[in-house]
Structure formats: C-alpha cells, structure tokens
Design a protein around this ligand. Structure first.
Ligand code: PHE
Ligand code: FE
Length: 285
C-alpha cells in the first residue's frame, strides 16, 4: 500500500493512524489478542461477526492498517474506520456514525495488561466493532443510531440512547436455534466476558425490548448483570425505525429499573443466580 494515499487528517478531530510507527511489541500484542479471541469465538459469536472477521482478514500479522482495512470495509457496506486521538464528544461521535465512519483509538494496550482497559483501544475498536459493520443490517443500524443521536443532542435523552448503545452495540446477544450468540463488541473483544456472557450462571439474560433497555442502567466496572437478546439483527433495526419522540416522552415519567431486576413483563431467556456480584460485594468491604 502506498503511503501517498489521501489521509483523513483534514477532517476535524480525525488523525492519521500513522501505521508505520507501531512497534514490533505493539503488533505482537494484537496477534496475541487476536489468537486468544479467535480460539473461542466459533460457536459463541454470531454468524454475522464471524463472517465479517473473515471478510476483513484482520490477522495478516500485527495491527491492521486502516488504509487496507477500509478498502475491504468500504467495498462491503460503505463504512470506514477513522483514527481519533481519544474519546470524542457525543456530537462528533454521532456525526461520524451518521456518515458511516467508525472512530477508533490508535493505541493498543500493553502486553502486561491484556485484560485491563481504562478506555477502548484499537483491539476493542477494530476487532470488536469492525466485523459487525460488514453486515448490511447492522451497518444500517449503526448509521441510524448516529442520526438519532444527532437529533437527540438537544433533547435530554442522551443517557437513554447511551443505554441502547451499551446493551446492543457493546453487549448485545442475538438468538439462534442453538441458543444466544454474541454480537456486542465489548463482549467479543474480551476473553473473560465472551465466556461469562454465554456460559456463566450469574447474569440475567432477557429478551430485547427497546423501552426496557433504555430504562436499565449499566455498569462499566465489571461484567454485565443483564444481557439483552434480540431475536435477530433485523428485529433490532426494525425496533428503532420509529421516531423516538413518543418514547422519550414516556421515559420522562418512567423510573430506572434496577440493574439486577426481572419484571413481570420481561421475557426471560435465562434467570441468573447473580452469584458473581454477591461474591464481589463480600470481598470489597
Ligand atoms: N428512530 C430513532 C429516532 O427517531 C433513531 C435511532 C435509530 C436511534 C437507531 C437509535 C438507534 O431518534
Ligand atoms: Fe466500543
């Protein structure tokens, strides 16, 4: 790939990936993480993710070069990955998504802390998110989310939208004939949570319901206590096509739902023991 390709540096808030500046050690961290995840995702990640991972060929040796990756991704769904210097504001984030650009960090975690992340790194952003962006339905969902975010910027409901993102894009499960499969980037990019989300007895797994999800807070410091399972990606997209105006009004009068609660109206996929957090609480006095 020639380095004289047009770069993204002229777009506000976007930086060049500077792929040539990664060290051998940084490339090796990508390879280690890739192999560790690839070994457990078969039969756990949904077909759309596994197909996307294959199509993008993210295991050519080391951290992918966005110029190469974007040729494949743009050809499939018109999405591309852009490098950003760190966390971006809501407005910038929504604007990227609305234009089929996914903002990714360019740094990678240290070899000494493969499992600990204070903010998303390139492995989470690219390995976790890019494969699903090759799926036409999910690709449309992510763009619609960005457009919805831009519309909601001046409404007081960004927290509700953030919960939708969290419980779908980051921690979503989708149903198959052989049980729930993972599509959420926060799960597929984490070795421990990939196993936990599907196999641990602790978390609740509930059928996806848009309003219910928006009323449910989430935790960023531990595995999720509840995962929402959508019947299919098409169902997820269809549920978000309606204008959220009426929904936002209803949410104004609706209290949050405790993170570990199961309501009479919930469709339970599997009821959790919540044992994981009981133990955590015992030892953290
Ligand atoms: N339909 C939503 C709205 O009117 C847009 C949206 C789509 C939001 C998908 C989130 C996810 O705002
Ligand atoms: Fe993410």
């Amino acid at each position: 790939m020639s380095s004289s390709e047009p770069s993204n540096t002229k777009m506000a808030g976007v930086v060049d990936q500077s792929w040539g500046t990664y060290t051998t050690a940084e490339h090796a961290v990508w390879d280690t993480l890739y192999e560790r995840q690839a070994a457990i995702l078969e039969g756990r990640a949904c077909d759309a993710f596994l197909r996307g991972l294959e199509a993008l060929d993210l295991h050519q040796g080391g951290i992918p070069d966005f110029r190469r990756l974007n040729q494949d991704l743009e050809g499939l769904t018109g999405w591309r990955i852009v490098a950003v210097p760190g966390l971006v504001t809501d407005a910038v984030f929504f604007d990227h998504l609305a234009h089929r650009r996914f903002p990714a960090g360019r740094f990678i975690r240290a070899a000494t802390s493969l499992d600990y992340l204070q903010e998303p790194d390139i492995f989470h952003d690219v390995f976790g998110h890019a494969p699903m962006l090759t799926d036409p339905v999910f690709a449309d969902y992510m763009q619609a989310y960005g457009q919805g975010g831009l519309r909601a910027l001046h409404l007081d409901h960004l927290q509700h939208l953030a919960r939708l993102y969290w419980y779908t894009v980051e921690f979503g499960l989708t149903a198959t004939q052989t049980g729930p499969r993972i599509y959420g980037a926060g799960i597929v990019s984490s070795h421990a949570e990939t196993l936990f989300a599907l196999e641990d007895l602790s978390p609740n797994r509930l059928a996806f319901d848009l309003e219910r999800v928006m009323r449910t807070p989430y935790r960023i410091d531990d595995f999720q206590q509840v995962y929402f399972v959508t019947p299919s990606l098409e169902t997820l997209l269809a549920a978000t096509l309606e204008d959220f105006g009426a929904l936002y009004s209803r949410l104004d009068g609706a209290p949050d739902i405790a993170i570990d609660a199961i309501l009479p109206a919930d469709r339970v996929v599997s009821r959790g023991t919540l044992a994981h957090w009981a133990i955590a609480a015992d030892t953290s006095q």
